[in-house]
Write a protein that binds this ligand. Structure first.
Ligand SMILES: [Zn+2]
Length: 246
């Protein structure tokens, strides 16, 4: 449903409150904006000498001017292919940490007008509307480690937070990011071999002249214990590709 651009009265906003973290304060602004029918994005931020944020500027996602950095895209093709988001919308707010207090954050709306219609429809097309909180990212990590599919994870997030606009692709991307962090520049097999060493798992590895792994054997300590106790009959489960090392 669309309504004309309008100014909110302070009573409508949650911004009289103080917040104990920047994330909480930003989430409050994002939730308020979504309910009003617009999306915010970080426009600028400042850190103190110790590297901690103390001020963040937020704008409406339609704020700022569109800059054409691709000269081969004409104004006409751009309008057709990618609907521009930037229309110099003036709405802006700041999130400030109180001086001398680590955990008091305040929100101030510095300009409360928009130059476009507010609409609560299709907000999920804006990536910043689908931003996940650190709790949600933790949940993604836990659930993906337990083998939950992105679809199941999305369902859980939405059940916990009906306001969430997160889509399956965001979960894929978050899992990929976690995986890259875990690998830290290593290949999957290098990470696996490192984990074997750290966890004390017996293994032997054979590499060819190029250093590629051609054979790998590993056995968990529990399995070796069982092998020592019951070594008369060996059952070998050689199913292949039914699971993937993550
Ligand atoms: Zn706006």
């Amino acid at each position: 449903m669309e309504s004309s651009a309008q100014q909110s009265t302070p009573a409508d906003t949650p911004f009289d409150a103080t917040y104990s973290t920047l994330e909480e304060a930003e989430s409050a602004v994002q939730l308020y904006a979504r309910q009003q029918g617009f999306i915010t994005s970080r426009f600028r931020s400042k850190k103190d000498s110790q590297g901690f944020f103390f001020k963040v500027w937020l704008s409406c996602v339609h704020g700022g001017k569109y800059k054409n950095t691709r000269p081969y895209v004409t104004e006409e093709t751009r309008q057709r292919k990618t609907r521009t988001r930037k229309t110099s919308c003036p709405w802006s707010a700041t999130v400030n940490r109180d001086q001398g207090a680590d955990s008091i954050w305040r929100i101030r709306v510095t300009e409360d007008n928009h130059n476009h219609l507010l609409s609560s429809e299709n907000l999920s097309r804006f990536p910043s509307a689908r931003h996940m909180t650190s709790d949600e990212l933790e949940l993604v990590e836990d659930m993906s480690k337990s083998g939950a599919t992105p679809k199941v994870i999305v369902g859980t997030i939405r059940r916990r937070n009906p306001e969430s606009l997160v889509i399956t692709r965001d979960i894929y991307n978050a899992c990929q990011k976690l995986r890259n962090q875990q690998l830290n520049g290593r290949t999957s097999i290098e990470a696996l071999l490192d984990d074997f060493v750290v966890s004390g798992i017996k293994h032997t590895v054979e590499k060819n002249e190029e250093g590629h792994v051609v054979r790998l054997f590993f056995a968990f300590p529990g399995s070796l214990g069982l092998l020592n106790e019951f070594s008369n009959v060996l059952l070998l489960d050689s199913t292949y590709k039914t699971n993937r090392y993550v």
